[in-house]
Write a protein that binds this ligand. Structure first.
Ligand code: DGY
Length: 333
């Protein structure tokens, strides 16, 4: 019997794909998407790492293991009439047209849970690095600008007794709250399904969260409801000393409004692991603002987490190919 064909849209370390490779024929995409300038005007413009090799395998594909950089939309699905599953190596699935998959009866898998701790850790790293001016101080030390212990140099913000507003109460939001408690932060939480009030956790509406928080941290999935949730109005509701932290998806924030708010001092700073677009061009105005810290979407970037994500994504593929329910389904097809 012929082995099923699985498209893996980007190259991953071989050991992460061992279980899939044992049972399936893999068609593996490139290590990274080509620069936008290289594909402008071609059929691959805006298609992440989709390339001739992976695209031309779609007619025989039984499964797609995608990364968040590759769109899986109606055009992809139409080219793949045999497709039985789309498995995203991410917890977020905003790169996938869920309605188009559902219309074709194709289940969609993702990788919840395994990146919760890594992403919550990085959220705290952003809060601390921005709040204590870690990058700037390290740069100054390296560049010879450390002339003495300075009583008023590199002054940052106190975390103990500050108020952290957590928008979204999924696994990552909750993991951030647990870490925040250790730093003595008081947490305000806004969510569609609010938490029960507990020590150090206060459920509030979005307006109250924005106006009362010293730090606002975003932990919602990107959806039509959350796109530009933080817009000019939301930013205007924040305190002038407030810091905005985003480890969810860039488009949850209206980035033009953010640049404007930062330039005018409406809020004090932003620490962003995610941007819109990704990668953010080096010429983007956010990079010219000293009060902004931008990371290249590394929330889940630990060796253990990324390997487990790949293994979970592979388990979703193998289950679907065996006709079993996906262990981690976002939609069941
Ligand atoms: C996800 O899984 O959605 C994360 O953004 C990856 O880091």
């Amino acid at each position: 019997m012929s082995r099923p064909t699985v498209i893996v849209t980007r190259a991953l370390p071989a050991p992460w794909l061992a279980a899939l490779a044992a049972e399936c024929e893999l068609v593996i995409g490139p290590a990274a998407p080509p620069p936008a300038s290289a594909v402008a005007g071609t059929r691959f413009a805006g298609r992440g790492a989709w390339c001739d090799a992976t695209w031309s395998a779609l007619p025989r594909a039984d499964a797609i293991l995608s990364l968040l950089t590759e769109p899986v939309d109606a055009a992809v699905l139409d080219a793949a009439p045999r497709l039985r599953v789309v498995s995203n190596m991410a917890v977020g699935v905003d790169n996938i047209d869920l309605a188009a998959c559902a219309a074709r009866g194709i289940p969609v898998g993702h990788t919840p849970g395994v990146l919760t701790d890594a992403t919550a850790d990085l959220t705290m790293a952003l809060v601390l690095a921005h709040g204590r001016r870690v990058l700037e101080a390290a740069d100054d030390a390296r560049a010879g600008r450390w002339s003495t212990w300075s009583p008023d140099g590199w002054l940052g913000r106190d975390l103990c007794d500050a108020t952290l507003g957590i928008v979204g109460w999924g696994q990552i939001g909750r993991a951030v709250a647990r870490r925040a408690a250790g730093f003595g932060l008081h947490c305000l939480v806004h969510s569609r399904t609010p938490p029960a009030p507990a020590a150090g956790i206060e459920p509030v509406g979005l307006a109250a969260l924005l106006s009362r928080s010293d730090i606002v941290s975003l932990h919602v999935p990107l959806s039509p409801q959350t796109r530009h949730l933080v817009d000019a109005r939301a930013l205007a509701a924040m305190q002038p000393h407030a810091l905005l932290v985003n480890t969810s998806r860039g488009a949850v924030v209206d980035q033009d409004a953010l640049v404007d708010a930062l330039r005018r001092g409406v809020i004090a700073g932003a620490a962003l692991d995610v941007t819109d677009p990704e990668p953010l061009p080096p010429t983007h105005p956010l990079f010219s603002l000293p009060q902004v810290l931008v990371l290249p979407h590394i929330g889940s970037a630990t060796l253990g987490t990324r390997r487990t994500m790949a293994e979970l994504a592979a388990r979703n593929v193998l289950a679907a190919l065996r006709g079993e329910p996906l262990p981690h389904a976002i939609t069941r097809g």
